[in-house]
Design a protein around this ligand. Structure first.
Ligand code: E4P
Length: 218
């Protein structure tokens, strides 16, 4: 499973790079707004330090304008994935831009039918939003499972499932079990993945016992 980092904060991405866990980055208009920077500057900066796909979202709502914005964003760097919302216009733009050879991340997916349409329109990634479904008491993980089943029924569909709106370490585990190809994870949740109280306790005991030996490895 590949990990994308769900942030537009350069410092957060830089902090995670040495771990080798960063396979890509996703942004959205809210994350760009939070960064307080110009979208083209942030995306260019992220693309310089991350080799994998970096999602940059259009904000137009009409297909022809989405296509224009998408082409503009894709010029920033070769690893830009144009992010398009799952509307009818978004699918039209996806069809055009994917045929031009661009990487496309279709976002704001909340149903299996939407995911089927995105794959037929040539999306590279489909982003089902787990957390936002959970927020309204619908099991977000069931959606990942349904999309996995549908895509597996049609091997000619090569769209990758990018589990998005991940809010917890458990969401990451469940997405991996459900067969998501990628998870886009907020930096805080990436750090949570490593934590286990028994690891901390075990290490404490090992170090205390080691201290009694008066040895040092180096
Ligand atoms: C990423 O592609 C999505 O925009 C992001 O995961 C949404 O997360 P949120 O629902 O926590 O805002």
């Amino acid at each position: 499973m590949r990990f994308f980092i769900d942030t537009a904060e350069i410092s957060e991405i830089e902090a995670l790079l040495p771990s080798g866990l960063v396979d890509g980055v996703t942004t959205n208009p809210s994350l760009i707004a939070k960064s307080g920077q110009k979208i083209t500057d942030v995306i260019a900066e992220i693309c310089k330090i991350v080799e994998g796909p970096v999602s940059a979202e259009v904000t137009a709502t009409q297909a022809d304008k989405m296509v224009e914005e998408g082409r503009y964003l894709a010029e920033i760097a070769d690893n830009v994935a144009i992010k398009l919302p799952l509307t009818y216009d978004g699918l039209v733009a996806c069809n055009t831009l994917s045929q031009e050879g661009h990487m496309i991340n279709v976002t704001l997916c909340f149903s299996a039918n939407q995911a089927l349409l995105a794959a037929k329109a040539g999306a590279t990634f489909i982003s089902p939003f787990i957390g936002r479904l959970d927020d309204i008491n619908i099991d977000g993980m069931e959606l990942i499972e349904e999309i996995r089943d549908i895509y597996d029924n049609y091997p000619d569909l090569d769209t990758e499932i990018l589990a998005a709106s991940i809010r917890s370490a458990n969401h990451v585990k469940q997405s991996a079990l459900a067969g998501a190809d990628v998870a886009t994870i907020p930096p805080k949740v990436v750090k949570d993945l490593v934590k286990h109280p028994l690891t901390d306790k075990g290490l404490e005991i090992f170090l205390a016992d080691w201290a009694k030996t008066n040895q040092s490895i180096l």
